[in-house]
Every structure is written in C-alpha cells, then in structure tokens.
Design a protein around this ligand. Structure first.
Ligand code: FEO
Length: 408
C-alpha cells in the first residue's frame, strides 16, 4: 500500500495529486542535484479529469492522493499532455484502477502512447481544440518538439490555469508547491538548468509557442497560474518564468568564458589555468570547469549564457579523454548558437586530441578564435604565455561581440 498521501488544493476544484521524487539524482544523464517532482492535477468538473500521471514507481502515491479527494473510480477522463515515461509511466495502472471513459492526447501523443504501451483507445484532441468537462473546459495547445513531437499544454479557462507539462518546469523536489514560497535564486538556477538541458535545441520554437498562446488569449497577464509537470506552480508574477524563457531562447551571450577540460598528469590543467588568467586579463568572466568536478549537465547550464567555450584534453590512445568526449557529444546535441572558442591540450606523441576537439567545436558552429594549442609533455613558461594569449584573444573577441571594441 502507498500509505497516506493527501492532495493539495491549488484552485477551486483543482488539486495537485503528483509525487515528489526526493532521491532522484540522474534524469537520463542530467544531474538532478535537488531531486524532482512529477506533477499531476485533478479537476473536479462534471467529468472528473486527471491531467497527466507520474513516473511508474509513484503510481500508488498518485492513486492515494486522488483517493484523498475522490475514489479513483470517479475519474472520467485522463489527459496525457506528453508520453514521456515520467508523466505516463503510471498511466496503465491508472487506467486499470480508475477505468476512465476516455484518455486524451495530441495526435502525436496518440501514436506515442500506442507505441509505448499498446494503448489503442486514446482519443486525439486538435491543436486549439476545446474539451467540455461540464462546468469546466480544457483548451489544448500543441507544442511540437517542445520537447517531443507529442508535447502539448492544456488550459483550464475558468480558473485561468495553464497546465504546461515540461515547459516552464524544473527538477526541484520541495514540500512547497508554489514558486513564491521558494528562494528566487534557486528557482532561476534550476529553471535555467532545465531549459539548457531539455529545451535549448528547440529554442527557435519557444517564442512561437509564447506567441501562439497569446493568440489564444493565454498571456502571462491573463493567467492565474502556470502549473508545470516538474517543480513548483507559478501563481504570482507568472510572467517571470515566461520572460526567462524568452531570454534563454534568444541565446543572448555575455562576457562569460568557459574553460572545460580534463587532465592526466596536470599539464592540460596548467594550460587551462593559464587560459583562465588570460581571460581575466582581457576582462572576461572566466569559469574553469574541470570535468572530474563538473557534471555534463552543469556545463550545459553554464553554456546557456556563456559567450565562449574553450575545451582542453590531453591525447589518450589517439583521442580525447572519455570525459571530454562525453561532454562534447552532449553539448553538440543541445545545439547552442553563437559562441566563440578554441582547443588546447598536452600530448606525448602526436596530439590528435586538439584536432578532434576543433572538429567537434566546428560541428557545433563555435567560431574558432585561433588555432588550438598543443604542448608536448609539460608546458614551459613560453607555452603558458601562449595559453594566456589564447585567453586574451577569446576575451577580446567577446568584447568585440558586445560592441566594446577589441581593446589593447
Ligand atoms: Fe518530463 Fe519530457 O518529460
């Protein structure tokens, strides 16, 4: 048995019935330092409607929270905004217990639920379509590729609540259900991390979704709440998270330069530190991220507003260190736009790692500021000065990009 779990009332006849996953530290490769929540919502209209479910292992908790308000058998409709398993993993169990009259999803969601679970009876809702719940209604907004083809948002007009699923969410476990009860700095940090790691590749679609919602009258000013499927609900200053999204989608880049590296015997680290000194001399904000101490998803978060990405690896067996291959593969998939950068590393025989990093940076369309720096065995003072020079060159490029001239 799941034990006692209560629903949380969030509006008139609307309840949070989700689950908090306090111990989660890895979400498909994203380090969730603060855990997460899977938010599901129950709307008590004539047709009792559940919006989304939770990750599979939390199915009984979801059922217990529903049961604190109504018998799960009273659920008439289930709306699946998104088929990814963290929201649909408990769907089969809910269907088994609640036996709803209907399950709804976007057109692509119907396909995804069929292919994931063999569900044949899911009904498609149209983009912009309205579902009458009896005394309440839901309007659906497709959000294709934000971040799956099936993703959609549901709007409860009578309470002015946007159930936004992954959009505007964050991985943050808390007993507080509302953003205004939490530290604003933590909210911005975790929302930025979520955006960088989940939504960044689809940034061009974000302003289009905001415009499309506005076209349907769903603006931050008109909304009473944004209720995402991870992290807290926004009920005050709802525009805050929407404005953050607009800023992150624009990929505005500042004077921050990342130096991301790993090292075998300390030579590449000496180079990294010299590059950092050069960046600071040039007026950039340097952030060194040694990969033994920096998770790939934290690097991605820093990339969100960094102007430069400088990557270093010694050569190991003709290639880069596995940690460096990992982070570059991950970042390439996130498709950040508009950065400058460079490569560096120590070697013993041929120094292939630097060329491989340059190729990967080129694939990511990171503009190379100068040729990569290779140092045999251990950097001497001349080599370290070259590294400081790379740092200064990157800083100069960042100043130019910000219209502050190239400086001395
Ligand atoms: Fe929270 Fe895309 O699932």
């Amino acid at each position: 048995m799941a034990g006692r779990y209560d629903a949380v009332r969030v509006a008139d006849r609307v309840y949070w019935v989700g689950a908090v996953d306090w111990g989660l530290r890895d979400f498909h490769g994203y380090a969730t330092h603060r855990g997460t929540s899977y938010n599901a919502y129950l709307v008590l209209a004539d047709k009792v409607t559940l919006i989304d479910t939770v990750k599979g292992p939390f199915a009984e908790e979801l059922l217990a929270r529903i049961a604190s308000i109504v018998e799960p058998r009273a659920v008439d409709y289930i709306v699946s905004n998104h088929a990814e398993m963290d929201h649909s993993g408990a769907l089969l169990r809910l269907i088994e217990v609640a036996r709803p009259d209907k399950v709804f999803a976007s057109r692509m969601g119907v396909e995804a639920l069929r292919e994931h679970f063999g569900l044949a009876e899911v009904e498609a809702v149209a983009d912009g379509g309205r579902l009458d719940l009896g005394g309440r209604s839901l309007t659906f907004l497709e959000a294709r590729m934000l971040h799956w083809p099936d993703s959609m948002l549901s709007y409860l007009a009578e309470e002015r609540i946007l159930f936004s699923n992954d959009a505007f969410g964050m991985h943050l476990a808390s007993s507080e259900r509302y953003a205004d009860e939490l530290d604003p700095a933590v909210l911005e940090q975790e929302a930025a991390k979520y955006y960088a790691n989940i939504l960044l590749p689809y940034s061009k679609l974000v302003p289009r979704l905001i415009e499309k919602a506005a076209g349907a009258g769903i603006t931050p000013e008109a909304l009473a709440m944004i209720a995402p499927s991870h992290g807290p609900i926004w009920r005050r200053e709802v525009g805050t998270i929407v404005n953050w999204y607009a800023r992150w989608a624009a990929q505005e880049r500042g004077s921050k330069a990342l130096v991301v590296y790993d090292t075998m015997w300390g030579s590449t680290e000496k180079m990294a530190r010299a590059i950092g000194e050069g960046l600071m001399e040039g007026g950039a904000s340097a952030r060194l991220m040694p990969l033994r101490a920096s998770h790939r998803s934290d690097v991605a978060t820093e990339v969100l507003d960094a102007g430069a990405l400088v990557v270093g690896s010694p050569t190991l067996n003709g290639g880069v260190l596995p940690t460096v291959a990992d982070v570059l593969t991950y970042l390439r998939g996130l498709r950040p736009q508009g950065m400058v950068g460079g490569a560096f590393g120590s070697y013993g025989w041929a120094g292939e790692a630097v060329n491989q990093i340059e190729n990967l940076l080129a694939e990511m369309k990171v503009e190379r500021v100068q040729d990569g720096i290779k140092v045999r065995y251990v950097p001497d003072e001349t080599a370290l000065e070259q590294c400081r020079g790379l740092g200064r060159a990157v800083a100069s490029k960042l100043r130019e990009a910000r219209g502050q001239g190239s400086g001395a």
